[in-house]
Design a protein around this ligand. Structure first.
Ligand code: NAP
Length: 303
């Protein structure tokens, strides 16, 4: 094992909600040490510095003033000093950001991302960079940009890491430890399993909830529609919430997780057809059995 040569630098590219919130936590918990005996790891003193890159100098200034980063720049060359880089841009910009970063990176720098879809990102970025590890901190708000950054966003929430057979144990360990520093609950799975699971619990509900709003809004009887709007309460508020969210995010989910989302949607449609059949046949015993089962099954979920 080589001796410790320098302080570790954690880089964040894209200082928005997720990147900004990560920086806030990482800066505020210093100088906690990452307990690793490995190259470039300090054995004492300040464990790491946080370096941020934004496309706007005004965001860089804000990030330093808010305590999101120790240093910030509009120039990706700042990442030449990073040992780990978190790419926190929108999904569509993750691969191009890595391509622009590569000329500056040290050969050993670990690159990870926070994109909400993993398979296409992991497939592309693993080919671009040998030290890439896919990740997805499953926390957020409806807001975006650095102003939306908040402390403890990841506290107690899942942070999924999606290694492949070529991921090195060391790279995986470093990303895992940083996720633990954010006080997240770390899970590991394949990119494909991640995408199918989030299709079920995140992307399908957006489509289902949006369909509910659209179907009600298409009610031909205007009086009934107005009455429904006036009477709507907690049940409709809960079931319509994600369908009334950010349209850009909804499109992104469908576009980048299309196959897994379609698989879930087809299974969901088939279930809906079964419920229609049961009700058409007035088979109330079977309906009750189904609802007893779903009542029990809902308890299995981790919320
Ligand atoms: P955000 O608040 O909009 O932040 C993204 C940041 O990326 C922007 O503030 C901007 O930072 C930079 N950026 C925007 N467009 C870019 C482009 N074309 N090229 C390079 N950089 C660009 O969004 P976010 O919610 O933090 O989402 C970032 C990532 O986190 C996404 O990949 C998303 O899938 C993932 N994610 C989001 C949530 C959520 O609930 N929001 C949850 C988990 C994961 P600068 O202005 O500083 O350049």
């Amino acid at each position: 094992m080589k001796s410790v040569q320098s302080q570790m630098n954690i880089g964040i590219v894209g200082l928005g909600l997720i990147g900004g919130s990560m920086g806030l936590d990482l800066c505020s918990i210093q100088p906690k040490l990452i307990q690793l005996q490995a190259d470039n790891y300090p054995s004492n003193g300040q464990a790491y510095r946080v370096l941020g890159v934004s496309r706007h100098s005004s965001t860089c200034e804000k990030a330093i003033a808010m305590g999101v980063v120790d240093e910030a720049s509009v120039d990706l060359s700042l990442m030449a000093r990073a040992d780990v880089v978190f790419i926190c841009t929108p999904i569509a910009a993750i691969a191009s950001t890595l391509e622009q970063l590569i000329p500056y990176l040290k050969p050993t720098t670990i690159v990870t991302d926070v994109g909400s879809v993993k398979q296409p990102i992991v497939e592309t970025l693993s080919k671009l960079w040998p030290h890439f590890v896919g990740g997805h901190p499953m926390a957020g708000t409806a807001e975006s940009g650095i102003e939306a950054a908040q402390k403890n966003l990841f506290l107690g929430n899942p942070y999924v890491i999606t290694p492949t057979e070529t991921t090195s144990n060391y790279d995986l360990e470093i990303v895992t430890q940083i996720a633990h520093l954010l006080q997240a609950k770390v899970y590991q799975c394949s990119p494909e399993d991640h995408d199918q699971a989030v299709a079920w619990i995140s992307h399908l509900p957006v489509t289902v909830s949006a369909s509910l709003i659209a179907a009600l809004t298409a009610e031909e009887d205007v009086n009934v529609q107005q009455l429904a709007q006036q009477l709507a309460s907690s049940g409709f508020r809960d079931t319509s919430r994600v369908g009334g969210g950010n349209p850009e995010l909804g499109v992104m989910m469908a576009r980048y997780n299309r196959t897994a989302l379609l698989r879930s949607l087809q299974a969901y449609r088939s279930r809906l057809d079964q419920f229609i059949d049961i009700i058409e046949q007035e088979d109330w015993t079977v309906l009750e059995q189904q609802l007893i089962q779903t009542q029990q099954d809902r308890r299995k979920f981790n919320f």
